[in-house]
Each structure stands twice: as structure tokens, then as C-alpha cells.
Write a protein that binds this ligand. Structure first.
Ligand SMILES: Cc1ncc(COP(=O)(O)O)c(C=O)c1O
Length: 378
């Protein structure tokens, strides 16, 4: 029989999740509001030192409400990281606006502030400034916010930080999610902490969070009957799921240090292999090491990223190519793109390795043995 499957980043329940879940169940609050939802919002605010938070059904819905808060409408343009998951860009389309994708730099794999500035200068010449920027913090590492925020301030462009993958990471000592007008976290099943599915919108500005909470609960006006002056959404997080999230959040630090250990394990295991490189860790911050990512140099190793992915799959180990950049996705083919081949090339050679905080030493050895064997031509 094949060995147990090793997943890329499965849920890891290792704390009080069950206890809190039963507490929610026994209290009969099994709806999209309740004490666990309130407590999770407070816990995240406390942990990140961001003053206000609204727990939502997903990171995607949080991004959508962030754009609505900024009054993004059909015909607008919104700048967006190209090297990310499609959920970063899809909410721009929900608003009827057009994404304009920006490439990454090689030093951080995150959005390149130089290209951002170039694009905005060009936009000014054309007389149409984009209405917002969504920056993704890639694989748990923050983008370079000092230059990004400076440029955006010059052009009056509000920033949304898509920190879906980066809860617990920092940039110059400040928490991921706290940059720009609003930040977004995801509690999807593959993230560093999970509520099975869920997300959060955070901000230093109360009015954004109040309005998001209002819209997320079907935009009900103050009245004894059902009265609506806005189009609403059903985007709130269930009290049951919030309970799981609270249990998870209590152990966020432990999860980050385990993922960092996993990253160090891979670094050490592949140190001798000329042709494997890791995602660079920028000196400006501390990632949460959500996923450990490598690139394979086919000229040095005589094998490709796909050869390694397939070898891992044969051993019942899940790995994934790095994000296919948004500007190369068929659905966004008509969108403008500023950049060159940085993310296109990373996509061609890059692989995300299993990084779940529940991985054992045995699991890690299975991964590294398979990769090493393949690289040595066996
Ligand atoms: C960068 C990024 N943005 C947004 C999302 C969307 O979050 P969710 O799955 O909670 O909607 C994800 C993950 O799924 C993500 O990785």
C-alpha cells in the first residue's frame, strides 16, 4: 500500500478547537453571529494590533467588501499584484472594474515598487489614475510597503493589503494586514490557521469595518421590518467556525515556528544541490513561512520542476507549481500588465513543497529523499 498522502498545507488542529467548537454548539449560537464571532474579531485585533475587524465568510468576500468601501465601480481601473492566487483579482471583476497587473521583483518575489511607480507615472500622462491597489503578501512574506505606500500616497491611490497568506508575518516590526487602508486575512483550510473556510477584513478606520459588517449581513437598515437602502451580501462567518478559528489563533506562534523549522529542514537538505534555490527572505521583515518554495534550474540539474513534482506525486506527496501569474491567465488576457518575465519565469521553474505545521520528521524525510533522489538522476 502507498504511504499516507502528504498534503501541501492541510488543516492542523492541535489546541482547544474542539472545546471551543462544543462551547459554541452547546450555546445554540450556530448562526452567522454570536459570541465566538465577536471574540475571534477581538482576538485578531489583539494579536495584530489592528484596531477593527469584521469576520467574514472568506478572504475573497473581505477583498470584495474592501473594494466596495473604496467605491470601486464599473469602468475604474485597480492595480493588482500579478503573482498571486486569482482570488486577489477576482473581486475587482465583481465590481465591474479592470485589473492592471504589476510584475514582481526577483529579490522578494512580491510586487515591484519600481514598476508600480512607472505604471502610475504613465497613468498620469494618460489622465486616468487607478482607483486602488491590491498588494498580495506572497507565500507568507510581506511586500515592501515603505516604497509602495509612498508612491501610492503621491498619486492618491488607496492600498488594500491582501495578507490572506501572511497572518503573523511582519514588515519592519509591524504586522502583515496593517498596511494601507484595509487588510485581508483568509482562514481557508490550507492557510496557516483555518476556520475551514472564512476570512477577515481589518482596518484602523472604524467606518470601513462598520460598513463592511453592515453590507455582509444583507445591508439591513435600522427598522423593525426588513428595510434596505443598499445591495447587501451574505458574507458573515458562522459562530461555529469562529470557535475553531479562536482555537487555531491561540497557537499561531507555534504554527509559525514549526513552518520555519520545516523551511530550515528543506534548506539544509538541499544545501548541497547546485540548482535548487529558495524563495528569498527579504531583510525588511519576518515571514510566517506559510509555504516553502523552491526553484529548479533545469540547465544545472538536467531535470525540470515538473519532473520533481511528478516524482513527488508518485510517492503520494502533493506539491504545486508556483502561482501562474494573473497576466497569463486566460480570464485576464485583455488586462494591462506592467513588467517583464520575472513571474513568468518563476512560474516555469518554481514549486511549493509540503509545509503543513502538522508534518512529522518522517514526512519531511519522505519529501527530501524523493527530491534528492530525482536530482541525483535516480
Ligand atoms: C493571496 C490570496 N488572496 C485571497 C485568497 C482568498 O481567500 P479565501 O479562500 O478565504 O477566499 C487566498 C486564498 O485562498 C490567497 O492565497
Amino acid at each position: 500500500m502507498a504511504d499516507k498522502r502528504i498534503y501541501l498545507s492541510p488543516p492542523h488542529l492541535d489546541g482547544r478547537e474542539r472545546e471551543l467548537l462544543l462551547e459554541a454548539y452547546d450555546s445554540n449560537w450556530i448562526t452567522t453571529l454570536g459570541p465566538q464571532v465577536d471574540a475571534l474579531e477581538q482576538d485578531v485585533c489583539k494579536r495584530t494590533k489592528i484596531p477593527y475587524a469584521a469576520a467574514l465568510a472568506s478572504g475573497t468576500s473581505a477583498l470584495h467588501l474592501a473594494l466596495i468601501n473604496l467605491k470601486i465601480k464599473p469602468g475604474d481601473e485597480v492595480l493588482c499584484s500579478s503573482f498571486t492566487f486569482s482570488a486577489t483579482a477576482n473581486p475587482i471583476m465583481y465590481c465591474g472594474a479592470a485589473p492592471v497587473f504589476i510584475d514582481s521583483n526577483e529579490e522578494t518575489w512580491n510586487l515591484d515598487p519600481v514598476l508600480l511607480e512607472e505604471e502610475l507615472r504613465e497613468c498620469r500622462k494618460k489622465g486616468k489614475i487607478p482607483k486602488a491597489l491590491i498588494v498580495a503578501d506572497l507565500y507568507g512574506q510581506s511586500a515592501d510597503y515603505d516604497p509602495i505606500l509612498k508612491i501610492c500616497e503621491e498619486f492618491g491611490v488607496p492600498v488594500i493589503e491582501d495578507a490572506a497568506e501572511a497572518l503573523g508575518a511582519t514588515y519592519k516590526g509591524k504586522p502583515a494586514g496593517s498596511f494601507g487602508e484595509m487588510g485581508v486575512f483568509s482562514f481557508n483550510g490550507n492557510k496557516i490557521i483555518t476556520t475551514s473556510g472564512g476570512g477577515m477584513l481589518v482596518s484602523a478606520k472604524k467606518e470601513y469595518i462598520d460598513h463592511a459588517r453592515f453590507l455582509a449581513t444583507q445591508a439591513r437598515d435600522q427598522a423593525p421590518h426588513y428595510q434596505h437602502s443598499h445591495v447587501g451580501y451574505n458574507y458573515r462567518l458562522s459562530n461555529i467556525l469562529a470557535a475553531i478559528g479562536r482555537g487555531q489563533l491561540e497557537n499561531l506562534d507555534r504554527k509559525i515556528s514549526r513552518r520555519k523549522e520545516i523551511n530550515s529542514f528543506y534548506l539544509e537538505a538541499f544545501a548541497e544541490i547546485d540548482g535548487i534555490r529558495f524563495m528569498p527572505i527579504a531583510s525588511y521583515g519576518e515571514p510566517n513561512y506559510w509555504l516553502s518554495c523552491i526553484t529548479i534550474d533545469p540547465t544545472k540539474l538536467k531535470i525540470t520542476r515538473e519532473d520533481i513534482r511528478i516524482a513527488l506525486e508518485k510517492e503520494n506527496i502533493e506539491s504545486r507549481p508556483l502561482w501562474k501569474p494573473m497576466h497569463l491567465q486566460p480570464v485576464f488576457k485583455s488586462c494591462r500588465f506592467r513588467g517583464s518575465k520575472v513571474t513568468e519565469e518563476l512560474f516555469g521553474v518554481g514549486l511549493c513543497l509540503p509545509s503543513g505545521s502538522g508534518m512529522t520528521e518522517g514526512d519531511l524525510n519522505r519529501v527530501t529523499d524523493t527530491v534528492r533522489k530525482k536530482c541525483s538522476g535516480k
